[in-house]
Design a protein around this ligand. Sequence first.
Ligand SMILES: Nc1ncnc2c1ncn2[C@@H]1O[C@H](COP(=O)(O)OP(=O)(O)OP(=O)(O)O)[C@@H](O)[C@H]1O
Length: 336
Amino acid sequence: MSRHSVPGSTPAITAVDLVKTYPGRRGKPPVKALDGLSFGAAAGSVFGLLGPNGAGKSTAVKILSTLSRADSGIAEVAGIDVARHPEKVRASIGFVAQKSVCDPMDTGYENLVLAGRLQGLAGSEAKTRARELLARSALTEAKDRLVKTYSGGMARRLDVAVGLVHRPAVLFLDEPTTGLDPEARADMWDEIESMASAESMTVLLTTHYLDEADRLAAEVAILDGGRILASGSPDELKRELRGDAVIIGVALDADPARARGVLERIPSIWEVSCDARIIRARTDDGAAALPQALAALDAAGVAVASATLARPSLDDVYLRHTGRAYSAADAQEVAA
Ligand SMILES: Nc1ncnc2c1ncn2[C@@H]1O[C@H](COP(=O)(O)OP(=O)(O)OP(=O)(O)O)[C@@H](O)[C@H]1O
């Protein structure tokens, strides 16, 4: 099965109208983290729950993995109601949190054997499973080294292996590549792809990297303000946006608002938006519109630093559904 192919139709995860409000801290008003969240993830697929910081992804994962309870709504994982049978759900899932659960003063092998024993595997079974997972995670050579000597990427791959030790039907991966360098991110992507098919399980991946979801997930849901704004396969979502994306970076001494105004006056260009010094717009025929846009900016005295034509990305999908650029929403929440 290719990474984008649509898997079987049985949902392995179902969320219906989940609501969760946190009490306000230090006199602040309560925060509605989930505001009627509904989605379904098909069995055997990688499902990407994406959204900027603060969108509600971690809250959703905590509820689905029984670490927290929703105020209302229904959630089922592997066909089991999470509120009614949390212990059964826990036996069917693996959870890889953002923070590592591995002991840095033990070796990778020792960590995996211990995790297997804690999950109820017999000694020999835990050792066999540990070796199998180390091989799958490209950690065999490092198996007898203390985890504190591992690189960030190796430690993260070990965390994922620990989450898989009891062969869960559903694996939750919370922001698996946050903090990794590009090479380690790419390795982790390969790792997630190969284990999802080798272990034939459902993976719910939360991420604030849209490119990560695009690469790995058969289906994605874009979460913002505790609600799903759009869902479908990445290709389906991008196909809804016809034409090309025009992306223009204005020079440091140029006025982005003026550039935006110039582009808005060109009839073949629409949905013009501005995020810092980057102007994004859409057009039916990028090859014709880009020279036209550059000529108009030049005539208006706006200096351009970069100009790109691109097929629509999930960034454009996000912009279409929220009216604001994804990078701006992410940065805004981090700064808040
Ligand atoms: N324990 C808590 N008490 C109060 N507010 C909280 C709590 N946990 C989360 N929130 C708030 O709920 C909202 C959703 O947070 P959540 O962590 O679920 O989002 P997220 O999409 O996972 O973000 P991130 O990527 O930063 O983890 C945010 O406004 C956050 O500040």
